[in-house]
Design a protein around this ligand. Sequence first.
Ligand SMILES: [Zn+2]
Length: 494
Amino acid sequence: MSDPRKGPFHLTNTLTRKKEEFVPLRPPHVGLYVCGPTVYSDVHLGNVRSFLTFDVLYRWLTHLGYKVRYVRNITDVGHLVGDIDEGEDKIAKRARLEQLEPMEIVQKYTNGFHDVMRLFNILPPSIEPTATGHLIEQIGMVERIVKSGYGYEANGSVYFDVPKYAEKYAYGELSGRKIDELITNTRDTEGQDEKRSPLDFAIWKKAEPQHLMKWPSPWGEGFPGWHLECSAMSTKYLGGTFDIHGGGMDLKFPHHECEIAQSVAADGVAPVRYWMHGNMLTVNGRKMAKSEGNGFTPEELLTGNHKLLDKGYSAMTVRFFMLQCHYASTLDFSNAAMQAAEKGLERLMAALATLGKLKPGAGNGADIDALAKRCYAAMNDDLNTPVMIAELFEGVRIINSVNDGKMSLSGPGLEQLREIFQSMVFTVLGLKAEQQTTTADDAAMSGLVQEFIRMRAEAKARKDFAASDGIRDRLVALGIILKDTKEGTTWERA
Ligand SMILES: [Zn+2]
């Protein structure tokens, strides 16, 4: 990079389990692929943390001057309940329960996902491909795997031959699993008789007659295996081998391990140079999941309307809370930690407002250049946001000292401090000032929201629940929460 202050960027590569200097294949271009959501239900806060991790990576690489092509997919078919090879498709199941077309489910939850991403100021990717939009590429990949001898057809399905692959390649290298242990630990499941080994996984599945989502293929009507779409779409847009692949820790095995095997078997090259995995969000030490009853939706979080929440928290407070922890560590959610984050963010934003008003003085009371260098060093050290935020609070101390007249900064020093705060707080951490409005704004706002409440009531009256839910969700995305009470619908700001 041209600016020596920016220095080399290091990140922990899951594949080698080492912190490595990041050197892109084709600088200044960087190819980044991140596993996106399976769009069959509302996004919860644990999902938000994962996407936030890669948002910061995307922002940082861009800030360093790289031209990033960021691909994040939408899984809209092939992900079966229980993450296994047999059973119902998650989206088809939801469609049956909600009595909708599978594609209505896909649209509804894709919209919801985008609203939540916007709410938390998570930037959209450069390309957002869908699995159903890339059936041809996936079928092509299955054909190449069969042709190379690592896939076999059985009764209209095609399976990946893991033991055969493992004879030549290092299956388990990403997740650290050993093939012998995997064999001992694999339990028998339905459809096992079709597989040559219990370790084999489906790359194409035959569709039963009642199956809702199916496509013609050389093996009959069916649908792609869950791991296949990411292999097909990442290499289509980023090349046979690309720079960084990210995802949540829980995707390391089998999903990412299978992605490597598929690409190597189909095209003879390892797909990814740096694998990056974000850690989980826990609540009282337990993984956040809908099934645990601790998976807050963003709406519940903003209103405080959940038994585990003392009060509501703003989206930026949540973002700041998450950034105060390194992405590779588990982060435990608690009301005390959220309230501390809320106070911390207020102090940071207040200091930024003060910084705008400071006047240059005679002396240089603080070494701002060293502070800037430490901010860069922290981010270059595997995206160490907690250390960078601690450096910003050192900056807050300087700002307040200058404001109190205890210290003075020269014009250039002040300018540099403003520049570092602007870029680190807004561009890199992606925080934004939350709206403060005047009384006149409030009156206009109230009128607008009342208008939306009226439109939503009309939609409900004509039983157009897609429209009424849509209005509510879009208001949530704007930080407006509706509450249905006996007296009618009321609203409040998040
Ligand atoms: Zn994936």
